[in-house]
Design a protein around this ligand. Structure first.
Ligand code: SF4
Length: 133
């Protein structure tokens, strides 16, 4: 009895050398595919110098520019970056406590559901302000 016979239980068929080589080739292809996928993911990620600071939302949306009050979309909803300057706003209502604000808690700016592609100031306000439920 060889040392291999002691490790393999009775009735277990060993794969042929050809089958082992085929399986190794499959593993090598899978490994290469995984490695290539990881490289693409790293290439798509922003460089460390472009990552958001902890006070902002570190998502792809945070790469969007801050909405200007002069933007036609901002004017359409009477957006102001500082709610203290808003005409008609209920005291204390800001983008940060609006149901349509999508920034993280404590963020200084974040996305708004009605103003796609831009960030709004958490301290801002617009005529579409809605209470959180
Ligand atoms: Fe700010 Fe809400 Fe108006 Fe969006 S809808 S700009 S979050 S007040």
């Amino acid at each position: 009895m060889s040392s291999t016979d002691e490790l393999i239980p009775d009735g277990v068929a060993l794969p042929s050398r050809r089958e082992l080589l085929r399986r190794l080739g499959t593993c090598a292809l899978l490994g290469a595919a995984v490695a290539a996928g990881g490289s693409r993911a790293r290439a798509a990620a922003p460089p460390a110098s472009h990552t958001a600071t902890p006070s902002t939302t570190p998502s792809a949306a945070s790469q969007a520019s801050l909405l200007s009050e002069e933007d036609p979309a901002a004017k359409a909803v009477r957006y102001v970056a500082d709610a203290a300057r808003a005409k008609g706003a209920n005291p204390g209502s800001t983008c940060a406590n609006c149901a349509l604000y999508q920034g993280k808690y404590g963020s200084r700016e974040g996305p708004c559901q009605i103003l796609p592609g831009v960030q709004v100031a958490a301290a801002g306000w617009c005529a579409s302000w809605a209470p959180q439920m």
